[in-house]
Design a protein around this ligand. Sequence first.
Ligand SMILES: [Ca+2]
Ligand SMILES: [Ca+2]
Length: 361
Amino acid sequence: MKYLFIFLLINVSCQQAPKQQQTSVHSCTPTQSRFTSNVKTTSNQHLSASKEGMVLIPGGTFSMGGDDAQAWRDEYPKHEVVIDSFWMDVHEVTNAQFAEFVDATGYVTTAEKAVDWEEIKKELPPGTPKPDDSQLAPASLVFVATDRPVSLQNVSQWWQWRQGANWRQPEGPGSTIIGKEYHPVVHVSWFDAMAYCEWSGKRLPSEAEWEYASRGGLKDAVYAWGNEALTNGKPKANTWEGSFPYQNKKRDGFYSTAPVQNYRPNDYGLYDMAGNVWEWCADLYHEDYYKTLAGKTTVNPQGPETSYDSNEPYAQKRVSRGGSFLCHESYCSGYRNSMRMKTTPDTGSMHTGFRTVASAE
Ligand SMILES: [Ca+2]
Ligand SMILES: [Ca+2]
């Protein structure tokens, strides 16, 4: 246990007062600094790529950023953004789709490789001692519910760094994705998502494209479906219902991932933009990025040039969006349109996946 979380750089609690006035920004997913990859950090989208399973998102102008009192500091200020039309997958990339990619290419995901200490230490405070080699074996982050209420200040209480956990066996050795072909793939790093995009001729959405699409044409709505509270009416998304992280009432029908397209789509025909799994975006994360766009109209923003998260100043992070089956109002409310998650690109976990986009010709 001594080094278990050295490379999980655990920091901010999700229980902090979720208000605009807070001095820190939010992080629900522990960062698992691992190693970098040879995968390119920009993808060459092929305009001829198939649009099967995608929907055309009509371009337009919107106000990007926080809409309610639950928004975190990094969701402000709201700022005007113009987005060109683009195609987007109607659902998260599934296990079946990812298997097709792996079968065709022989690709090995980040979680299936040992950790490279020479790379990981770049993300850690100088002088951090090297863990025992046994801690560097292939592994990924698995959620394990607690058996009682716990302080939400320390995510290591419910995240385990489990050897053998990867997209094929999401809960570790002995688990399987058989029967979950239409569930979203998980334990994919940002590098893995980029490799899939390269193979499929698509790309990851920019953070602005993702939020624009999630809003489904609704103006300043908190959620992809509008402003109705998540807990009112029929289940709207796969989230955590009950008391996090020890009691899940499963009103939405699922404890962990749900099959894609299980809940109503938003007005653009997109499923699970809220909940199920977090979705990688292309952009680097910088907690003050929106401040640089304040008062301006920005056309197709591509994110900051550099990454910065004051909670983990040595880590270079990428954005993910939309929340997951682990999101709860008391914790992160990550299923809001404007909620921003950030983790190092080598981080995989059992609640993070992605979907792809393609520019309109
Ligand atoms: Ca659920
Ligand atoms: Ca999602």
